[in-house]
Design a protein around this ligand. Structure first.
Ligand SMILES: NC(=O)C1=CN([C@@H]2O[C@H](COP(=O)(O)OP(=O)(O)OC[C@H]3O[C@@H](n4cnc5c(N)ncnc54)[C@H](OP(=O)(O)O)[C@@H]3O)[C@@H](O)[C@H]2O)C=CC1
Ligand SMILES: O=C(O)C1=N[C@H](C(=O)O)C[C@H](O)C1
Length: 269
């Protein structure tokens, strides 16, 4: 039996689930020990390798997360908000590092993670890529340098299957801009403009979302001044960047004290 940390992937059949399975398998840094899908899913009881279109790998997809978690050191979870909260409670029980990529979580969802983080390491980020996490730091710096006459808009584009808006990344960038400007995003956010909206509120941070085709994820932070504009941009062309970041977080979490962390902690930014 290898000493490599054992990892469970939840939402195994999803876009990110399948990418994570591939990246963990190819990494040589961790063992894939479990795969979870919801009750009634076609993959339940079947071999994960075969479901992914390859050779059998002996990992049987289950709808019993606690059983899957019992032989693991970490769970990587890119699913949906209610499912993530339920997984957090079980990961805390099993003392696993819980890497959360799920977006669209409300304050009520997030509040339920705090008690879990008393028992286990939780790493949560709306975007696990190095580029976007670096972009949050740049955004904060630019927002700090420019005065409130510069309007800040976050524009994001994603594939046509995405269910939440603004994206988790857009919110991270908005938070970074608000922090740089020394304001609370909750009091200064403007999104969903349609119809006679009135003029833009001074100092607001705006959000716009585009949905179409197979766009992996694109984010612009636009600083619009009088006579000039500054645009910070990240373009994701491959979901592997998110999966690599998530695996890094799962390995990083192995020797950390219980608590809530993000990718800035993992990447040391
Ligand atoms: N932080 C980051 O870097 C990134 C975050 N994301 C986020 O990750 C999440 C997933 O994205 P994506 O992979 O594209 O979405 P998909 O819909 O392709 O995958 C989600 C998977 O989770 C499964 N799932 C949902 N509820 C449960 C449950 N209760 N138990 C087990 N499995 C469950 C779904 O099953 P079913 O189909 O049966 O519902 C599906 O297989 C989204 O919130 C997205 O925004 C995505 C990319 C990067
Ligand atoms: O749903 C997606 O696909 C993505 N979701 C994340 C988000 O909401 O920002 C990260 C990435 O942009 C892809």
């Amino acid at each position: 039996m290898s000493d490599l940390p054992g990892i469970v992937i939840t939402g195994a059949s999803g876009r990110m689930g399948q990418m994570l399975i591939r990246i963990v398998h190819e990494s040589g840094k961790a063992r894939l020990v479990g795969a979870v899908e919801r009750t009634g899913h076609d993959w339940i009881g079947r071999d994960l390798g075969e479901m992914m279109g390859g050779a059998a790998n002996g990992v049987i997809v289950t709808d019993d997360p606690l059983e899957a978690f019992s032989g693991a050191q970490a769970v990587i979870d890119f699913t949906a908000p209610d499912a993530t909260v339920a997984f957090a409670k079980l990961a805390a029980q099993a003392r696993l590092t819980h890497v959360i990529g799920t977006t669209g979580m409300t304050e009520a969802h997030i509040a339920q993670l705090a008690p879990c983080a008393r028992h286990a390491v939780i790493v949560r980020a709306g975007n696990m890529s190095l580029g976007v996490n670096l972009l949050t730091q740049l955004t904060k710096k630019v927002a700090q340098a420019l005065d409130a006459d510069w309007d800040i808009e976050v524009i994001e584009a994603h594939h046509n299957r995405k269910v939440d808006a603004p994206s988790g990344t857009a919110l991270m960038l908005g938070e970074a801009a608000a922090e740089g400007r020394g304001i609370a995003l909750t009091q200064n956010s403007e999104s969903g403009r349609d119809g006679i909206t009135g003029a833009r509120s001074p100092g607001a941070i705006g959000f716009s979302a585009i949905r179409g085709g197979d766009i992996v994820g694109e984010h612009d932070v636009l600083f619009a001044g009088q006579g000039e504009r500054l645009i910070l941009r990240h373009v994701a062309t491959d979901r592997a960047i998110f999966a690599r970041g998530a695996l890094k977080a799962a390995l990083w979490g192995q020797d950390k004290a219980p608590g809530e962390y993000d990718m800035l902690d993992v990447l040391g930014l």
